[in-house]
Design a protein around this ligand. Sequence first.
Ligand SMILES: [Zn+2]
Length: 208
Amino acid sequence: MEVALDQPVLVLNRLWQAVNVIGARRAFGLLARGHAQVVHHHDDDFRTFSMLDWIDFSASNPPVDHLETVHTPSRTIRLPRVILLAFFDRLPCKELKLTRNNVFERDKSTCQYCARVLPREQLNLDHVIPRHYGGKTTWENIVCSCIPCNTRKANRTPFEAGLRLVRKPKRPKWRPFVQVTFGAPMHDIWRHFLDIAYWNVELGEEVG
Ligand SMILES: [Zn+2]
């Protein structure tokens, strides 16, 4: 039981975005208080369960592996793998991070040189002042750029390349979605909610 209650549970916010990983003990606490629901993958769909519904579901659908359950004196409950928060205000607040995703969000997937809106796969991040001129990886110096503009600009300033920024890059005011910590072991069902992980990794100096 102790080990089971330490199992990691992925937490989604009300937009079904992964925001955290917590232990099963804490997840049960949130479920019991009605602050969250269990998300379960069922018939190619995701169903949500209140704590009571989940107890009923556990009784009628016992898991194959007994490690997937917790036992109370009177019943066996399946361990949730993913829970969905009921309230926005339960989200932990974290500092705004400079991530690929947050830059694309700030710039609305718009090339900041030619103003074209493109799919993310066709956009790069660009250092406005190139790094070899001392340009830093900061909110004020990183913009979203299409590949042609990026190629044309090469390792030059916008002025040198005959390009103009659509607007001056700034640190956005909104709070981003909290990043998930990836240290914990991952369950299959998590993949559905973590495919955006790439976009949420904090940027380091390796970004071109
Ligand atoms: Zn462009």
